[in-house]
Design a protein around this ligand. Structure first.
Ligand SMILES: *[C@@H]1O[C@H](CO)[C@@H](O)[C@H](O)[C@H]1NC(C)=O
Ligand SMILES: *[C@@H]1O[C@H](CO)[C@@H](O)[C@H](O)[C@H]1NC(C)=O
Ligand SMILES: *[C@@H]1O[C@H](CO)[C@@H](O)[C@H](O)[C@H]1NC(C)=O
Ligand SMILES: *[C@@H]1O[C@H](CO)[C@@H](O)[C@H](O)[C@H]1NC(C)=O
Length: 482
């Protein structure tokens, strides 16, 4: 049949009706539904709308006020980690700060020749927020990331030194250091402001390198490079803009990257660096500072966003398999500059480091806490870790893409027909490797929204533009420091 405008438009109408039916039967509950964000709305209106949308989410986990003990003195808090006994390690800059005078334009620290921070930069707190131990004095200049591995070793990064340190469990001096002291670089021996470390059970580890190189490097336990990926420019899921924090979903075989200035959590296969999927949401905005992961209830992501993106600054919990936002949390009022987040393995305790004001916050999830206690009572046996080609999350950010299609105007109609065809075909051939598109009728005009659902674990989609940020909201990025 020859497609003329006379047959095409009625065909579109029929398809549209069909899609309305499909949409209402298959549409997902998403807290943003019903709040249409028009880009011509003033920022305050958008902000209020987003706030309203967020109020539909469960306010959890709950903030624990008056924690830690008031005797705990902090500088800029850059990192938090939980050790194997459940104690919290807080990494802070004590008397030093990172501001616009800290580095030269070539990323060289301006304080070379000065003494390192003379105060303990690592504080160990117990559950009730009391200071049990402190160390890490006379060593660091601008502390950034901290993590504790399965063997109890502590790993840190310092962006001024451009180095990564490993401290054996219980030791106060490092046993391994990677990178050249005060020398930024981008080769196999130098980092440039490395931000974070994550360590697999077998001892292999990842470094997020970081503020200038925008790459992830995987190392063997002895510090030799296994592989690396990530780039600052181009159009692929490997493009990152400040990989700022790392987490592992080890039972899924994934390493999770908080891709800060692209407002997403990107998941890559831990074994070979293949791109798996990404999560983001217009409710979270264009900046995402840190991510933590708990395998509880099929997997949950805990993230914090940042200021400058015209959205509330909060913590968010994302269901890993569906990609839906399920909870949001913040201290009384919102955060100002949350910088790092960590969760206990069962998700019952969550800690957030804040840069300014100098704070660390504790949140508890009573439901998960009770479940964990019950599980312990029943001597629940968890399956051992396996590398699994995991299910089909819906990457966050589905609300971000509609305007692109809508902007297409007439093109949208053609897309509509194509996508309906794809959708119908998809429903016949199963869901594997499928992009589902969904159209919503709202406020008297077509709006293209897309519901993305795909599995892409076996192939690197280097031409995938779905992961390009679509900055619908005005961005006012502070300098890429902090
Ligand atoms: C935390 O440490 C303080 C001081 O050592 C102690 O009194 C308190 O009982 C500890 N809390 C927990 C939960 O262990
Ligand atoms: C810490 O270890 C490094 C190298 O292993 C060594 O050069 C340095 O002197 C040690 N520092 C202290 C205070 O022992
Ligand atoms: C958790 O357990 C405690 C003690 O059994 C109980 O008081 C509390 O209501 C429970 N909380 C939730 C949210 O289930
Ligand atoms: C990573 O491993 C998966 C599964 O074996 C494979 O399909 C994929 O092509 C690999 N990617 C790379 C970059 O080697």
């Amino acid at each position: 049949m020859r497609l003329t405008i006379n047959t095409f438009i009625p065909a579109c109408k029929i398809l549209f009706l069909l899609l309305c039916v499909i949409n209402t039967t298959c549409g997902r509950q998403f807290p943003g539904n019903g709040y249409s964000l028009e880009s011509f709305y003033p920022a305050e209106v958008q902000y209020e709308q987003i706030k309203k949308a967020l109020s539909l989410l469960e306010p959890a986990p709950q903030w624990v006020p008056n924690w830690p003990d008031s005797s705990v003195k902090l500088g800029q808090v850059s990192g938090v980690a939980i050790d194997n006994t459940g104690q919290l390690l807080v990494f802070h800059r004590a008397s030093n700060v990172w501001d616009e005078n800290t580095f030269t334009l070539k990323n060289v620290y301006n304080g070379i020749g000065t003494e390192p921070i003379p105060h303990p930069t690592i504080l160990v707190l117990n559950d009730t927020g009391e200071l049990l131990d402190m160390w890490g004095q006379n060593m660091f200049y601008i502390p950034h990331g901290i993590t504790v591995d399965h063997a109890g070793n502590v790993w840190t990064t310092d962006v001024a030194l451009h180095q990564v340190f490993k401290f054996e469990a219980g030791k106060r001096n490092y046993s391994m250091v990677l990178g050249q002291r005060f020398e930024p670089g981008s080769n196999n021996y130098k980092f440039c402001k490395p931000s974070a470390v994550a360590v697999l059970k077998n001892g292999d580890f990842f470094v997020a390198d970081g503020y200038c190189n925008h790459r992830i490097i995987k190392f063997a336990p002895d510090g030799t490079i296994i592989l690396q990926w990530g780039t600052a420019k181009g159009d692929s899921p490997f493009v990152m803009n400040v990989p700022h924090a790392l987490a592992l979903a080890e039972e899924r075989g994934l390493v999770l990257v908080a891709d800060r200035e692209r407002g997403r959590v990107a998941a890559f296969r831990a074994d070979n660096g293949s791109y798996a999927t990404a999560y983001r949401s217009w409710l979270i905005g264009g900046r995402l500072f840190s991510v933590a992961y708990s395998p509880v209830h099929g997997g949950r992501l805990y993230v914090v966003n940042g200021p400058g993106s015209m959205v509330p600054v909060r913590g968010y919990v994302i269901d890993f398999t569906t990609g839906k936002l399920i909870q949001t949390f913040a201290p009384d009022g919102d955060f100002s500059n949350p910088h790092d987040i960590v969760t206990s393995p069962s998700g019952d305790k969550v800690y957030v480091a804040e840069l300014n004001p100098f704070k660390v916050y504790k949140f508890i999830d009573e439901v998960l806490g009770n479940e964990t206690r019950e599980e312990k009572a029943n001597v629940h046996v968890k399956p051992t870790a396996t590398i699994e080609v995991y299910g089909s999350p819906v990457p966050m950010g589905e609300e971000w893409d509609w305007w692109r299609g809508a902007a297409g105007g007439a093109g949208a109609a053609a897309l509509l027909a194509l996508a309906a065809f794809a959708l119908l075909r998809a429903r016949n051939t199963g869901r594997k490797g499928v992009t589902r598109r969904r159209w919503e009728y709202g406020q008297g005009e077509f709006k293209l929204r897309r519901l993305l659902e795909r599995r892409r674990f076996t192939r690197v989609h280097s031409d995938d533009s779905d992961d390009e940020p679509a900055p619908m909201l005005p961005h006012h990025h502070p300098p890429a420091n902090a």
